[in-house]
Design a protein around this ligand. Structure first.
Ligand code: CP
Ligand code: NVA
Length: 312
C-alpha cells in the first residue's frame, strides 16, 4: 500500500496544468488497467444527479472498482453524525470518496478528517456551490474532440458565472483557451476568480486568456464554442423568479449562434431548461454536442480517478 499522501480534487486548480493534460489523456485512452480492483468508491449526494452519479459509478466499474452511491439523508451529514465521522468511516472501506455537496466547505472537512489515515483516500468534488471540476474535464474533452486541440480555441460562456463556469474558466486558461464570460451584474465572476485565472494562465504558460464582458453578443462574436448552464442552480430555488428575470437576455438562441464562428459548437452541462437559458433549436440543432459532452462525463471521471489512484 502506498505511503504517498492522497491527492484530492476539490477544484480544477488542485491539478497542475501538466496533470490536467495527463487526466485528459487518460480519459481519451482505451480502457485497459484496473487500478481500483478490489477497492471501493463511496459516492455521496446531497443534491440530485443524473449524469454525475451514473458517470462516476460506471467510471469506477471500468477501473475495476465497486461504487456505492449514498444519498446524503442515509448518512445524515451533520445530522445523524458529523461530516468528519462519516468521512473517516467511509474512508476505512473505500479508496475514493466522491461527494456532491451544498457547501464546498463540507469537502474540505472531509479532506481534513482523512488526513491522519494510514492509507490514502482521495476526495473528489462531484459538484459544490463553488466548483464542478469533473464537468470542466468533460467540457475540455468535448472541445478537444471537436477541434483536435484546445490551445487557441475561443469559448464563450453566457449566463450565470456559477460553479460550472468557475471550473470551466480555470480549466480553460490552464490549457491555453481564449475564454470569454458574459454575465449580468450580480452574476459575474469575482475579483478572486479573475486573479486566479491570471495566475493559472501564467503558470501554465499556454497563452490562455479570460475576458469578462456584460453583453452576450460581445462574448459570442466569432466564438468557436458557446456554453451555458441553468439560471437557477441547486439550492437557489428561492431566488428563481429574480434570477429568471435578471438572466433573461443571456440565452443561447439562434440569433446568438449566428454571431459565433461558422460551425460553432454549442455546449450545456445539463440539466437544461428549454426556453430559459437555451432554446430548443439551439439544444437540438446541428451545432449541439451536448449529449457527447454528457457521455464525456464518464470518460473524464475515469481519467481523473485513474490519475488520483495512480498518484498516491
Ligand atoms: N451536469 C451534471 O452534473 O449533471 P447531473 O446534475 O445530472 O449530475
Ligand atoms: N450550476 C448547476 C449545475 C448542475 C449540474 C447547479 O449547481 O445546480
Amino acid at each position: 500500500m502506498s505511503t504517498t499522501p492522497a491527492r484530492h480534487v476539490l477544484k480544477i486548480s488542485d491539478l497542475a496544468s501538466d496533470e490536467l493534460a495527463g487526466v485528459l489523456a487518460l480519459a481519451s485512452a482505451p480502457i485497459a488497467a484496473t487500478p481500483l480492483a478490489n477497492q471501493g468508491a463511496a459516492l455521496v449526494f446531497e443534491h440530485p444527479s443524473a449524469r454525475t452519479r451514473n458517470a462516476a459509478e460506471m467510471a469506477v466499474v471500468q477501473l475495476g472498482g465497486h461504487p456505492i452511491t449514498i444519498r446524503a439523508e442515509e448518512v445524515g451529514l451533520d445530522r445523524r453524525e458529523t461530516v468528519e465521522d462519516v468521512a473517516r468511516t467511509l474512508g476505512s472501506y473505500h479508496r475514493v470518496i466522491g461527494a456532491r455537496v451544498a457547501r464546498h466547505h463540507t469537502l474540505e472537512r472531509m479532506v481534513a478528517a482523512l488526513s491522519a489515515r494510514p492509507h490514502p483516500v482521495s476526495v473528489v468534488n462531484l459538484l459544490s456551490d463553488v466548483e464542478h471540476p469533473s464537468q470542466a474535464l468533460a467540457d475540455l474533452l468535448t472541445i478537444a474532440q471537436c477541434f483536435g486541440s484546445l490551445a487557441g480555441r475561443s469559448v464563450a460562456y453566457v449566463g450565470d458565472a456559477n460553479n460550472v463556469c468557475r471550473s470551466l474558466v480555470d480549466a480553460a486558461v490552464m490549457t491555453g483557451v481564449e475564454m470569454r464570460v458574459a454575465a449580468p451584474e450580480g452574476y459575474q465572476l469575482g475579483p478572486d476568480d479573475l486573479e486566479r485565472a491570471v495566475r493559472l494562465s501564467r503558470e501554465a504558460g499556454l497563452g490562455g486568456t479570460l475576458r469578462q464582458v456584460a453583453s452576450p453578443e460581445e462574448a459570442a462574436e466569432g466564438a468557436e464554442v458557446l456554453y451555458t448552464d441553468v439560471w437557477v442552480s441547486m439550492g437557489q430555488e428561492h431566488e428563481a423568479a429574480q434570477r429568471r428575470s435578471d438572466l433573461a437576455p443571456y440565452q443561447i438562441n439562434e440569433a446568438l449562434i449566428a454571431r459565433a464562428a461558422p460551425g460553432v459548437v454549442v455546449l450545456h452541462c445539463l440539466p437544461a431548461h428549454r426556453g430559459e437559458e437555451i432554446t430548443e433549436g439551439a439544444l437540438e440543432g446541428a451545432n449541439s454536442r451536448i449529449f457527447e459532452q454528457a457521455e464525456n462525463r464518464m470518460h473524464a471521471l475515469r481519467g481523473l480517478l485513474a490519475f488520483l489512484v495512480g498518484s498516491s
